[in-house]
Write a protein of this length. Structure first.
Length: 248
């Protein structure tokens, strides 16, 4: 048990401390974007299950590869919150509450939304590419997938989970989520699973870029500290670089 506890602290300790403090201070007020996303998903689920609301939700938030690209891009932001009709909505709500909430506390509101949107967009664009390649190409898809609705919030949830876990040193968790997505495609080959993998490929690129920028900042900081500048000027230079960076 002690070994397991040490492993848990090493894996999730930094993430736990980061999430715990703002939640203790502000409670639910610390995650307004997440609560809005949960409420919006619940409302859209209710509306799309009504005879009068199904067509409306499809028109504003359902993305298919057969749609014109401009229309798909307009619908993609709202498609983040349209849950799948064939899955229980409580699962989607729980995933959004947990993963979006942790991401909002760790990354901030806007960075969370950018990563979620980029993940969903990666899956959407992959579906078009795969259908254009055809079913016999390595990454191809059958033409029938053009009529299948995109993944909804699941791709965003998966990619946010992997990115946050990677950023806070929970590498086993990030790897476990990735492996589970690969297993999903191997067990049940469908469009949603392949879109999840496409979105994960996108977040891997984001992680690689962030890591490269972090190494560059460290090397620049070392050069600056040994450049002969007075300590006050060196500190100001470092603060200026920190303020200009867009990703930690």
């Amino acid at each position: 048990m002690k070994t397991l506890a040490r492993w848990a602290r090493a894996e999730w300790g930094l993430l736990y401390v980061t999430v715990r403090e703002p939640l203790l201070k502000r409670r639910w007020r610390a995650v307004p974007m997440t609560l809005t996303a949960v409420c919006l998903t619940g409302v859209l689920q209710f509306v799309q299950n009504q005879p009068w609301g199904f067509g409306f939700v499809q028109d504003v938030g359902a993305v298919r590869a057969e749609d014109p690209l401009w229309l798909a891009l307009l619908r993609t932001p709202l498609s983040l919150y349209v849950p799948a009709l064939d899955l229980p909505v409580w699962g989607a709500l729980a995933q959004i509450l947990l993963v979006f909430g942790i991401a909002e506390l760790c990354l901030g509101r806007w960075r969370t939304l950018v990563i979620a949107y980029a993940a969903t967009l990666a899956g959407t664009l992959y579906a078009r590419l795969g259908i254009a390649l055809g079913p016999h190409a390595p990454l191809g898809l059958p033409a029938s997938d053009a009529q299948v609705v995109d993944t909804g919030p699941s791709a965003a949830v998966v990619c946010l989970a992997v990115y946050v876990a990677w950023r806070y040193g929970a590498y086993v968790t990030a790897g476990a989520v990735t492996v589970s997505m690969i297993a999903e495609v191997l067990v049940k080959e469908n469009l949603a699973g392949k879109e999840h993998l496409a979105a994960l490929a996108g977040v891997v690129v984001v992680c690689a870029v962030a890591q490269a920028r972090r190494r560059h900042r460290r090397s620049t900081a070392r050069v600056g500290s040994g450049s002969g500048l007075p300590p006050s000027q060196s500190c100001r230079a470092r603060r200026g670089r920190d303020q200009r960076r867009s990703w930690r």
